[in-house]
Design a protein around this ligand. Sequence first.
Ligand code: HEC
Ligand code: HEC
Ligand code: HEC
Ligand code: HEC
Ligand code: HEC
Ligand code: HEC
Ligand code: HEC
Length: 366
Amino acid sequence: MKKIGLLVSAFIITLWMPAISQAFVDDEACLMCHKYPKMGRVTDEGFQKSYYVMPEVFAKTVHRNVPCRDCHYFIKQLPHRPVDEGVRCDRACHSITNPSTGKPFSHAPIYNTFKKSVHGREKKETGLQDDKPYCIDCHTNPLYNPDEDVPPPRIIERCVVCHEDDKFANRWYNHTSRRIREVKRDSQEIVALCSRCHGNQEMLLRHKKAADEEGREIGEKYIIAAESYKKSFHGKVAKYGDKNVANCLDCHAAAENYYMSVHELLPSRDPQSPINAANRTKTCQKCHETADQSYAMIDPHPTFRKELNEFNYYSETVYNWVGNIALFGLMLMSLVETIGRKRDGVSWLLRRGTTWRGRGFRKNKR
Ligand code: HEC
Ligand code: HEC
Ligand code: HEC
Ligand code: HEC
Ligand code: HEC
Ligand code: HEC
Ligand code: HEC
């Protein structure tokens, strides 16, 4: 009853609001209601949800040619009912044909690969399975070329001399240029993406505990993966914006067919995994051409936690002490020196450059 009330009130509000111009064809009239910013509700769990779709933004996204109901297939009549399962990414589009096969387009090949990976899950899951990422945890609906408002006219002009229609040229420019220009996550974004979960201690411990109870194998580095990467040489250099240093996917995803292999992540115990002991040298060699087996044994996930690696823990502690003692010793020495010189009549001058000034009281005894 409450829901019908909401639907009716939302509908009434829509009639009062001024129309917003649309940048794409809305054949299914979804935007009649969904173009209004205030549209949304608080869920039973207390989350604020927005049901607002910004037409001008949607028109610049990679999915702008997919009709709303190709994804929101469960909506059969208007006004519609609340949904349960939501959008699944393995369904075929009714309206878009894959030009290379002539069949309805679908992400099923990626989905089938993903299902066999460490993260494989269904859209709707409960318990531990629900901690794994579904497609939309990693992919929202990205903009074609985030740095461009419109395709550069000088390129479109070059297409229309033959294609005669700038709508056609615009569309294909967007589709291909996004890939040719390698619009994708940089190293820092990949680290952030994986660390969102692999740096979440509560989630990690929950899984480690469950795996131990079920007698199921789980990687030795599982509970420290993100934290230890940040302490590694690669992690420290990546933090300062280096683009060549290894991020999570450079090691965990196979280099061949990168865009598929990022969906095929396997644990190190799987012989197919690029970080399996048998393949590790090859993986390091992608960037460290001279790497041999012993180089590949250098730990990319070094931990300094006492309970996991006592050697690292104590050597880090000793290094910290040595470093601090040296630093404070130097500061103390400078202080004593400054006081000593001041007593002799030589002191700091901070104007016109910093320098020592004054003639010492002390006679030169030589
Ligand atoms: C008559 C106005 C109206 C039209 C037209 C309309 N919607 Fe909605 N839609 C709503 C309202 C109101 C809600 C909020 C329902 C609720 O609170 O449960 C909603 C919610 C939704 C939700 C979220 C459902 C949930 O429970 O999470 C989706 C998805 C959605 N609409 C998609 C669409 C699509 C796709 C179309 C076009 C085929 C469409 N809507 C057309 C009014 C409309
Ligand atoms: C490429 C697939 C796709 C297309 C096309 C698409 N959506 Fe969605 N939409 C999603 C996904 C995925 C979600 C996240 C919720 C979920 O997983 O079910 C979502 C969420 C929503 C929500 C909020 C529901 C919620 O639970 O938070 C609304 C409202 C909505 N879409 C309306 C539309 C409208 C209107 C259009 C057409 C202009 C449209 N969508 C086109 C995939 C799509
Ligand atoms: C753990 C995160 C993650 C999950 C889960 C995931 N992907 Fe990806 N996906 C990536 C990364 C990383 C890339 C490489 C491009 C980039 O960095 O943005 C990518 C690339 C893609 C591309 C190529 C995009 C392009 O413009 O060339 C498609 C299509 C895609 N994913 C679809 C899916 C589908 C469908 C699912 C669910 C079955 C899925 N992804 C699940 C991380 C993920
Ligand atoms: C010199 C003329 C010429 C120019 C300039 C040109 N095209 Fe084409 N384009 C063609 C011809 C002819 C075909 C069909 C030929 C074929 O199938 O080999 C074609 C095919 C295409 C197709 C495949 C269409 C389909 O449905 O199979 C796309 C996409 C395309 N062009 C995009 C572009 C874009 C984007 C530009 C600008 C960057 C561009 N073209 C510039 C002549 C041109
Ligand atoms: C939404 C949360 C989430 C994100 C994002 C995520 N993961 Fe995971 N990952 C998990 C969960 C949950 C498991 C399963 C643990 C289990 O088996 O209980 C897992 C398992 C793994 C495993 C196998 C562990 C083992 O020993 O079985 C690897 C390797 C892994 N993830 C790497 C990555 C990488 C690399 C990224 C970034 C591209 C990433 N994950 C992003 C949640 C996530
Ligand atoms: C230089 C290569 C490299 C980089 C970069 C790297 N890893 Fe690893 N990762 C490995 C290797 C090798 C192992 C297996 C270590 C072992 O158990 O001895 C591993 C193990 C893991 C494990 C435990 C599961 C398993 O398969 O054994 C997870 C989870 C993981 N890494 C996630 C990540 C995440 C998240 C990042 C980025 C923040 C990352 N890794 C960056 C090489 C790398
Ligand atoms: C994507 C490329 C890439 C991959 C894959 C990669 N590294 Fe690196 N690694 C780098 C870069 C770049 C540096 C920084 C080199 C420099 O500036 O001296 C680096 C630095 C290092 C260093 C610091 C000292 C040195 O030798 O320069 C070690 C140790 C290291 N990597 C080990 C590994 C191991 C072990 C693997 C395989 C498990 C691996 N790396 C895989 C790119 C990579």
